[in-house]
Design a protein around this ligand. Sequence first.
Ligand code: SAM
Length: 298
Amino acid sequence: MEGPGPDGLPSATVTDQPTPSHRPGPADATPGPAADRSAGAHRSGDRFRRGVVSFVRRSPRMNTSQEHAMARLSDRYLVEVPHDTTTTSVAPGSHLDLTAIFGRRAPLTVEIGSGSGDVLASVAPAHPDRDFIGFEVYLPSVASSLTNLERAGADNVRIIVADAAAGLEHLIGPSELDELWTFFADPWHKKRHHKRRIVNPDMARLAASRLRPGAVWRLATDWDDYAWWMLDVLAAEPGLEPVDAGLDGFSPRWSERPITRYERKGRTAGRAVRDLTWRSLGASAQDSRQTPGEAVHR
Ligand SMILES: C[S@@+](CC[C@H](N)C(=O)[O-])C[C@H]1O[C@@H](n2cnc3c(N)ncnc32)[C@H](O)[C@@H]1O
């Protein structure tokens, strides 16, 4: 898939977020074109609710080989989940039976926006003792990822076609994750689009709750403003702490992360690619700032 743009990406990101406290946030957050206000999880105040999201899904046209891949490999790699009001939503109260899905219980990694599966196809085969789930909403990319996973012989990976925010909220239990990835995850790199970003305070809190204590969230972006935004968002989340952070707050490039077209594109354009690695501190750190009724729930 070529990098989807703001007008074509089926990206569900949480909107109406508080601006991270210790850095002035952009004032303008003009809603983009064709915002779908019916899907995605939105946490505001003391509860999750269906809310305003920027979810744009252009009619996903697959080429012939992608259609063939879908027909041939869906049973092997795709996990169907119950939807709510849209095809990329996840019904509250849903449950993933990981033992049934993978035939075992192993440490679980989730990728938010797995695209064509390049990272999963590279990393998963090197870790046969772990299991991996990619959330991806753009069907042509999903189809390509099936081919990539087959080619890599990755049997410990499954793809779920759903908004990752809703998936994390409804399908993954507290402390169930051993690792979380967000690499070049959405196209909202412009300051004025910050409210659409998948990395936002609510996602940070959700990630901290879904990761087991000590487990890490790896992120990478080639956009300067988004990199600093991520740093601010993560630093403002009491349930997370940085790992291997340099003086600027960023961490060394994760050596296992393959160079995908997105990183290559950013580098070719002269942009710096930055990695962030943050670890969950566990429930007690989060509880310390929660008020009754505010606990993250499934
Ligand atoms: C730029 S691609 C990067 C793919 C992959 N992470 C990589 O590094 O190669 C970003 C992907 O994230 C997906 N995406 C964005 N927001 C999403 C969301 N809320 N849920 C699931 N997928 C999402 C997009 O559809 C797109 O395929």
